[in-house]
Design a protein around this ligand. Structure first.
Ligand code: SAM
Length: 275
């Protein structure tokens, strides 16, 4: 589907479609654009933040594919826009398999349309807060082999799981289902080191709370690093998004001050089990 369908006029805003709007996509409805515009009033860097996050994920996913990872589970995958994960990893390895998971049924429908002719990639509607529903989903188990390494991608989604216990438990269960040699890749919004004014953050919180089903919950660097506990972090560790193995092709939005990207990202490898 391209653009807005007629029944889109009545759809409430979602995080996936606000993000799509910020990325310059066409998969958003009036309520999404209204919420995004309200956010832009106080957070004019919204589109740059979204593109910087997407560029980080592209670099890290390419790194994983080039390191030999052949299966990917992308939870909170969002709306398909240019440079999606399956395109990147299947450029490196045409047989790579990708399962996209999102709580937003519109994101899933649009992903499925995009993936129509791709037998090695699919999308399912499930909730990160219920990891068992992901791990036991028939399409997940049909496409991914949990006896072999998997790249688990949690891009800009954990800040929509604001309850700490739920978030750490969900990531713990997903990690536990994966064999050594698998990876956790995540990016997360943070208010650490105060890159944005507090009232900007408060308004963003407020807009998400009022307009979407998924309120925003920022975490500190230490809280974000905790998701990687016990993993071998790939250099340069958990860093501001523009600083993770940058390339000349990246958007150069925050070159002078990476802290203004307001997002931290990292990649960790599950080490061999200790005997
Ligand atoms: C900001 S977008 C990120 C999209 C993509 N991962 C990226 O980083 O470019 C966040 C996505 O997470 C999804 N999401 C939010 N809460 C979720 C949950 N509990 N389970 C699964 N997906 C969720 C939203 O629907 C949205 O598509």
């Amino acid at each position: 589907m391209a653009g807005v369908s007629d029944d889109g006029e009545t759809k409430p805003a979602t995080a996936a479609r606000i993000y799509d709007y910020f990325l310059g996509g066409t998969h958003n409805f009036p309520a999404d654009r209204e919420a995004a515009q309200a956010m832009l009033q106080v957070l004019p860097l919204g589109p740059q933040l979204a593109r910087t996050n997407r560029a980080f994920l592209r670099r890290a996913v390419r790194y994983l594919a080039e390191s030999g990872v052949r299966q990917f589970l992308d939870v909170g995958s969002g709306i398909p826009t240019e440079g999606n994960m399956h395109e990147i990893v299947q450029q490196v390895e045409p047989e790579a398999r990708v399962v996209y998971v999102d709580i937003d049924p519109v994101a899933v429908t649009e992903s499925l349309e995009l993936l129509d002719s791709n037998p090695l990639a699919t999308a399912v509607n499930a909730d990160l807060r219920d990891p068992r529903s992901i791990l036991s989903h028939p399409q997940v188990t049909a496409l991914l082999d949990f006896d072999r390494p998997i790249g688990l991608v949690l891009g800009a989604v954990l800040h929509f799981v604001s309850d700490d216990e739920t978030a750490y438990d969900a990531v713990g269960q997903l990690r536990a289902a994966m064999v050594p040699g698998s990876y956790l890749l995540l990016s997360h919004a943070t208010a650490d080191e105060a890159p944005h004014e507090q009232d900007e953050i408060d308004v963003a919180h407020d807009i998400y709370r009022r307009s979407t089903a998924t309120p925003l919950g920022l975490r500190t660097r230490a809280q974000i690093e905790r998701f990687f506990t016990g993993l071998d972090l790939v250099e340069p560790g958990v860093v501001w998004l523009p600083l993770w193995r940058p390339t000349p092709d990246d958007p150069q939005y925050f070159a002078d001050d990476p802290t203004r990207s307001a997002g931290l990202g990292g990649l960790g490898r599950i080490p061999p089990h200790l005997e």
